[in-house]
Design a protein around this ligand. Structure first.
Ligand code: PAF
Length: 283
């Protein structure tokens, strides 16, 4: 596996393959890789000639400086995992490489409510930072296919919207959330849970599954309230939001008229670790 820290080197290496017109698959990450990321790598390998993974903890998408400082980092372990899983290139730029002198391009697009509800509301500036880095990474790697997990459902929708609005020549591939045996969605942030917190963290997915089960038998507002209460029955959990929303626009729904196209999404603090998860309803 090739490892590059500068855009110039990464582009040069990709250019040397240009004549063969390889299909390039791209998995952007912030490192602390887990099985969920490795699934994206293996899907990319199955569908492309070259698979590139980026590891970059993007400071401009963190609205909370403490979250940025505590974000788990282990580049040498990430590199080993990628090598063992057949990734062809690791791109791991520094902050200065991505944002020389702290400067970056802005992306001004109209997203309607898509980037303003839920994560957009509670993490102001977050999606702007995500879009800036994803666009910049796409410009460097020029992938045919880019792979994103559905765990970050709203991020996936916002990126799809950017691709459509800017007419970017890349397919955005949505991949199913990978879960631990007890149902907890895999996330780099899980590493920050204490042993006790980790033991109870499955509650989030359990409640989401119950919501899916109860479905249209209960009015939307009642189901939301029930879910919040159920998660918070254990006082270590604090729900930031729990919404049932249209799968495409992410507009919260008030009734079950949408039936085939809704998703239940939540962000929950367990201790001081913020976890997000979702399940699609009625698929
Ligand atoms: O989902 C992530 O890990 C990040 O938000 C991404 C897409 C790599 C951008 O920094």
């Amino acid at each position: 596996m090739k490892e590059f820290c500068t855009a110039k080197e990464a582009k040069q290496w990709l250019k040397s393959y240009q004549k063969k017109k390889p299909k390039i698959g791209f998995v952007p990450t912030m490192g602390a890789l887990h099985v969920g990321h490795l699934r994206l790598i293996s899907q990319s390998k199955a569908e492309n000639d070259i698979t590139v993974c980026s590891v970059f903890v993007n400071p401009i998408q963190f609205n909370n400086p403490d979250d940025l400082t505590k974000y788990p980092r282990n580049l040498s372990l990430d590199a080993r995992l990628l090598r063992n899983n057949g990734c062809d290139m690791l791109f791991c730029p520094s902050v200065e490489e991505m944002y020389p002198n702290g400067k970056h391009e802005n992306i001004e697009l109209e997203f309607g409510l898509l980037d303003k509800v839920m994560e957009g509301k509670f993490r102001p500036g977050h999606f702007k930072g995500v879009l800036i880095v994803v666009k910049k990474l796409f410009d460097i790697i020029r992938p045919d296919n880019a792979y994103f997990g559905k765990k970050d459902y709203q991020q996936l929708m916002v990126i799809k919207h950017m691709k459509e609005s800017l007419g970017l020549p890349v397919n955005i591939i949505a991949c199913e959330t990978v879960r631990e045996d007890d149902g907890l969605a895999m996330s780099s942030r899980n590493l920050r849970l204490t042993i006790g917190e980790r033991q109870v963290a499955r509650r989030i997915f359990e409640v989401l599954c119950k919501v899916r089960e109860k479905g249209t038998k209960t009015p939307v507002w009642e189901l939301r309230e029930w879910a919040i209460k159920k998660i918070q029955e254990d006082s270590r959990f604090r729900v930031e939001y729990f919404e049932i929303a249209d799968r495409e626009t992410l507009m919260p729904v008030e009734s079950w008229g949408h039936r085939n196209q809704v998703v239940a999404l939540t962000a929950v603090f367990l201790g001081d670790v913020r976890l997000i998860d979702n399940v699609e309803l009625f698929s």
